[in-house]
Design a protein around this ligand. Sequence first.
Ligand code: FEO
Length: 162
Amino acid sequence: MKISQQLEAKLNAQINAELYSGYLYLSMATWAEANGLGGTANWLRKQAAEEQTHAMKIFDFVFRRAGRVTLTAIEAPRTEWKDLEELFAQVYEHEQKVTGMIYDLVRVARAEEDFATVEMLLWFVNEQVEEEEDSLAIYEKVKVAKNHTCLLVKLDSQLGER
Ligand code: FEO
């Protein structure tokens, strides 16, 4: 069954959103590099690469369902953050926003009784649990470490092990 035009458009928007997520995390990585946080930059680079794989999962699915992928402009991400706490607050907030987008897609796919799309999206539903869990855990650690240089150095080194 060919994918509906409505779902095709929404999945295309999600491809853009996943690519934007990668672009945002890559921009955060440049900020981290510039601020001597090489471990954090490593974590963010890997996160950016993961977002690319998310985009490609949907990209491939649209083609498999005889749909058309249309790539559109990716919004420019911000380039500056006050500190690591603000940066990870944004990562966590962004992941919650992405979860909301995935839930919205599931609602539409369910309403259309497009069970193949629902099934594909359930992978993302589970993935978002991990994405939120990981970003919240780091955000909480940053809040504890922010006024203790040795804790921040240790956290940065842990993020470098990803
Ligand atoms: Fe593709 Fe971080 O969600």
